[in-house]
Design a protein. Sequence first.
Length: 348
Amino acid sequence: MNRTAAADAVRVVTAARRHGVRRARTVSLLLFAAVVIVFGASLSVGDFTVPIPDLLRILTGSGTGRGVYVVTELRLPRAVCGLLVGVAFGLAGALFQRLLRNPLASPDVVGVTSGASAAGVVCLVVFGASGAIVSAGALAGGVVTAAAIYLLAWRRGMNGYRLVLVGIGIAAVLSSVISFLMTWADVQLAQQALVWLTGNLNGRGWEHVGPLALGMAVLVPLALLLSRTLAALQLGDDSARGIGVAVERGRLGLILIGVALASLATAAAGPVAFVAFVSNPIATRLAGGARPSLVPAALTGALVTLAGDFAAAHLLGTTQLPVGVVTGAVGAPYLLLLLARANRAGRI
């Protein structure tokens, strides 16, 4: 009787797991299709409309006329940059939230992107730098800030809510630094920094895509490779140690990858608000509340960024808004909702 009950339980668990895997794959395919549709719309729609047949010819290298320049030099690098930035933020948010088992623990909430932003502003307004120097400074700022948050939040172990609170405090300090620099800086430099701080894909060219694509070619495979370690760490430190996982080394490696992804995306397009924050919860909801792989979160980040940029470019006719304005308007209410729920539960 006990053996029969055990066999039935195994069958139920196996069936549930297979159903979860099938649903996650279906969700990933649907998200991929949505990303392709929005990506194509961003290349086709604008002041100069490019019909889909012409767009396909241009992308395959057989197009002619004015549309070739409009697509390949103006719209395509912006769309590719938005796609890569969205994937990077989506992956970074999923790594942080799942690793710390806290829906508030995304890079833009805990201060990682604030560190990258502060370093980028220093490069812009203090040293008058641009391009690769700003990108390198933002990447370094994100890594240094994440190290400071990790050390300050460590108390014989890592608690997700403690890290969030420490990160919010450091983010507030860095926001004050940014405000001081913006007040002190030359008007033109301050205006340039303000546009970058909003999160902006306007004017992005192939020179922005190159370093971003190169970094992600290394970081994305590493994140997917360590996804099994991430799954073990979600069971808790004791359970992870019981199955042979090096807990602190694995956690540190995953955090470094998440920090690098968020900093790299911030360096390319500025701190696009709340993409990292909302991508993983949306992907999890679509997958039926299960813990899907990192792929749906990455695709959700790409979809949110591309759709937000498309809305920002066409919502007010000829006036183009930064993408961060749209994503911030969507993400801020969700953050307030999560804080209210956490407060009612007595976790903060």
